[in-house]
Design a protein around this ligand. Sequence first.
Ligand code: ZN
Length: 258
Amino acid sequence: MNQHLSPLIELQKLDLRIVEIHDQRRKIPERLHSLEAPLREAQQIFQDNTASMDAVVKERRALERDVEAQDAHNDKMRARLSEIKTNKEYQAHLFELQMANKKKSEIEDKVLSCMEKIEQLQQTVQNAKEKVSIVEKTFLGEKQVLDELDRKLSLELEALESEQRERAARVERTLLDRYRKLKNARKDQALAAILSGMCSGCRLQIPPQLVAEVKRSQDLHTCPYCHRLLYWEEESKPENKTVPNSPSEGGLEVGESV
Ligand SMILES: [Zn+2]
């Protein structure tokens, strides 16, 4: 291991984990939003059903007012019967009264039909309400898990950032500047291990002579293609280490995933 690079290699491990945590935390609101989808859907159904029921209730009230108006009208007609003199007029008026009574009973039928609808809708609204509370409970459970993960990640981040400052302070200034410039330029890692003769940063084959030099000397060497600082790592070390990404694997100890 190159003596100059080993503090940077440690620093890079911290930096990579910090980036990973930022990524994980950034995804949490998006995950929450998609986990909330069934709840929003259930709430929408509940609102739609409630609105349907309110509309029928309103319709029933209007019909009841119609019944009252019709009733008053029919009472007046009945009162007028006694004032009628001729039989012909009486028969005509009686017929009109019958028609008016029929109209009233038609409106009353509509009121009954509204009441039946309301009864059915009440059940539908009740079911929708229960569904909301079930789905809400599930969502709140999932939210709690994600909130907890976010809390753990933020604590881990705090610890890592403080360690990052300490480690950076121990690295020689010009080397640290070079590391930071490279890191910003590459958007990920400034250092790359040589693995199976390849630069682990750009995956291109390193000339064997350069591999030998990196292995042997304490001088700094860069990859001829991506310009990352090269270091030698034992071949036995696994390549492509997987990085936990899902929240269920979160809450890792410092450095565990790198
Ligand atoms: Zn490279």
